[in-house]
Structure formats: C-alpha cells, structure tokens
Design a protein around this ligand. Structure first.
Ligand SMILES: [Zn+2]
Length: 87
C-alpha cells in the first residue's frame, strides 16, 4: 500500500507507514480532481478578465493628463536612448 503522505510503498496490511508513521487505516484526505481544477481556474480567470475591464473603464475616465495612453518621449528618457530623441 502506497502512503498518501510520503509515497513510500509499504507492505499491505500495515497500519502505519514505515517511513513517516502516517496512519494508513484512515481514509485518504480530500484530493482535488480535474473538475475542481477547471471550476477554480475558470473562476480565477473570469474574475481577472472582469477586473481588467472594470479597471480599464475607470482608468479611461481619469482626467488629463492621467488618461494619456502614449507617454511623450521627453517624459521617459530612460526608455529611449539619446539617439532616438534627437531624430
Ligand atoms: Zn508515509
């Protein structure tokens, strides 16, 4: 019998794991299955997508200059090497 905790392969009819001492007579604790993963991940992804649209809606409502999508090169000189600004 394989130990659910450490994975050690014990002899059958053993009451406790030889390696970690876990009680093997207890039923295995809850394990998440594929259905649970799909449900949980879809809830997380849908929440993130909804949050993105809500956040972008409110960010677009901001007054100038905070609503600017394109930041002028002069404001971020570290993103543009000197040559590009002169062009
Ligand atoms: Zn064990």
């Amino acid at each position: 019998m394989k130990c659910p905790d450490c994975g050690f392969d014990n002899k059958p009819n053993l009451k406790f794991c030889k390696k970690c001492g876990k009680d093997l007579t207890l039923p295995p604790s809850w394990f998440c299955d594929t259905k649970w993963h799909i449900k949980t991940l879809s809830i997380i992804y849908v929440s993130l997508i909804v949050f993105y649209f809500i956040a972008s809606y409110f960010l677009h409502k901001l007054p100038p200059p905070y609503n600017q999508r394109i930041i002028p090169k002069e404001m971020t000189p570290w993103l543009h090497p000197k040559k590009q600004i002169e062009d």
